[in-house]
Design a protein around this ligand. Structure first.
Ligand code: ADP
Ligand code: ASP
Ligand code: MG
Length: 410
């Protein structure tokens, strides 16, 4: 008898018919003797709709009230799911973040889970109930409702799985059957992987692959929770996210990830002296803006150019902050560019193979794609390019590193 945590995303519970189909599926597993905990997202479009509503009553909605509002999306789906299960003749109980309790810090809108209490969940399981948990929400020290940030239900599921020591955490997808070598929407020849290591998945997620939330993978890695990503409405084999094995190193590149969410800021002719970088970045960091890549050139005339990337939603704020500093330190000017994209190749095999970067750069050059910035780590290489070349770059790299599924057409 296994203890299984399953998570269904917004599209999987997007209509009442789909909620009933998920209920049937969960009951099937339950009937086989497994103990079932189900984490649900809000019905597709719900969270976006709530955000729109909030913006109609306030230009900058109060963060505490925003979380009270957003948490209702998942409250709705767990209640409907539990009703459906009961209507089919089985016992179910919905649980919200604060009822469990899922303890988080107090940062509304992007709270981090600190600890999950298990008493109520385990008691309900002992009572032979199917437990339906609202994803994406928690409770801070003051007793206020928090939410974990968009896509946060994946994190809820893995955190719950770690806390109750589940045998595995299954993440169900409506539109893909597992984790692919790259987003199949962009590259029709993307291949479904049987397994991927936590570390590779963490890089893929951090570099833009939306299939699993970054923090969910971090939790899984920390607590060694096997995560199985699979399809909601088919029984086809999905992808296991597991600890690295020796076999994985044989593959040079496991996947290609991309992000359109980047923007680039360049400060021209910055005086080249100690303390300048810190002076430039301090106000940016202090405003909570996450800087990704940074490149600084050396120059012979005592000045240098500094280029860095920030998430697109932070672009204008960053330009404003940096323009002020540039003036103060006597830099020539600040340039900004939002028409960029980041493409990355990921693979634990890179650790033990040389020449991967060269192959990547040559493949992009052959397609006349200009590389603006480069960053590397042990298991990934990222480049910034013009946004319009993004899809071409993803497909080119996918092919170059032997990832194309030749059984599939263009
Ligand atoms: P859910 O609502 O179930 O959380 P998401 O929309 O967050 O689902 O995630 C699934 C989407 O992630 C897919 O539609 C797919 O386009 C995208 N995706 C991006 N990269 C990958 C990848 N490497 N493998 C599978 N899907 C990917
Ligand atoms: N409902 C939330 C969102 O749309 C959380 C989630 O679906 O995981 O982002
Ligand atoms: Mg998701």
């Amino acid at each position: 008898m296994a203890l299984i945590v399953q998570k269904y995303g917004g599209t999987s519970v997007g209509t009442v018919e789909k909620i009933k189909a998920v209920a049937t599926k969960v009951i099937d597993s339950y009937k086989k003797g497994d103990r079932m905990v189900v984490v649900l997202s809000a019905m597709a479009g719900k969270t976006d709709g709530l955000i729109k509503l909030a913006r109609q009553v306030a230009s900058e909605p109060d963060p505490r009230e925003m979380d009270v509002l957003l948490a209702t999306g998942e409250q709705e789906s767990v209640a409907l799911f539990s009703m459906a299960v009961k209507d089919m003749g089985f016992e179910a109980q919905s649980m919200l973040g604060f009822q469990i309790a899922i303890h988080t810090d107090h940062i509304f809108g992007r709270a981090k889970i600190n600890q999950v209490e298990t008493d109520r969940i385990l008691k309900a399981l002992d009572e032979k109930k199917i437990v339906a948990i609202a994803g994406f929400q928690g409770l801070d020290e003051k007793g206020d409702i928090t939410t974990l940030g968009r896509g946060g239900s994946d994190t809820t599921a893995v955190a719950i799985a770690a806390a109750v020591k589940a045998d595995r955490c299954e993440i169900f997808k409506d539109d893909v059957e597992g984790i692919y070598t790259t987003n199949p929407d962009v590259c029709p020849k993307a291949k479904k992987m049987d397994t991927i290591s936590y570390e590779e998945m963490l890089e893929m997620a951090s570099l833009g692959a939306k299939v699993l939330e970054i923090r969910a993978v971090e939790f899984a890695m920390k607590y060694n929770v096997p995560v199985y990503v699979r399809s909601t409405f088919s029984d086809k084999r999905g992808t296991m996210v597991v600890a690295e094995t020796k076999d994985m190193e044989k593959v040079l590149v496991s996947g290609v990830a991309y992000s359109k969410n980047e923007s680039r800021v360049t400060i021209r002719k910055v005086p080249d002296r100690p303390g300048i970088a810190s002076g430039i970045f301090q106000p940016v960091f202090e405003s909570g803006i996450v800087v990704d890549m940074i490149v600084q050139n050396t120059s012979e005339d005592g000045s240098t150019d500094i280029t860095f990337t920030v998430p697109k939603p932070d672009f204008y704020r960053t330009m404003k902050l940096v323009s002020q500093v540039a003036q103060d330190i006597g830099a020539e000017k600040v340039l900004g560019d939002e028409d960029i994209a980041k493409v990355s190749i990921v693979g634990v095999g890179m650790r033990t193979h040389a020449g991967v970067a060269n192959r990547m750069f040559a493949a992009l050059a052959a397609e006349n794609i200009n590389i603006m910035m480069i960053s590397t780590s042990e298991i990934k290489i990222s480049v910034v390019i013009e946004a319009k070349y993004l899809e071409l770059a993803v497909r080119t790299l996918h092919k170059t590193f032997g990832l194309d599924d030749e059984t599939k057409g263009e």
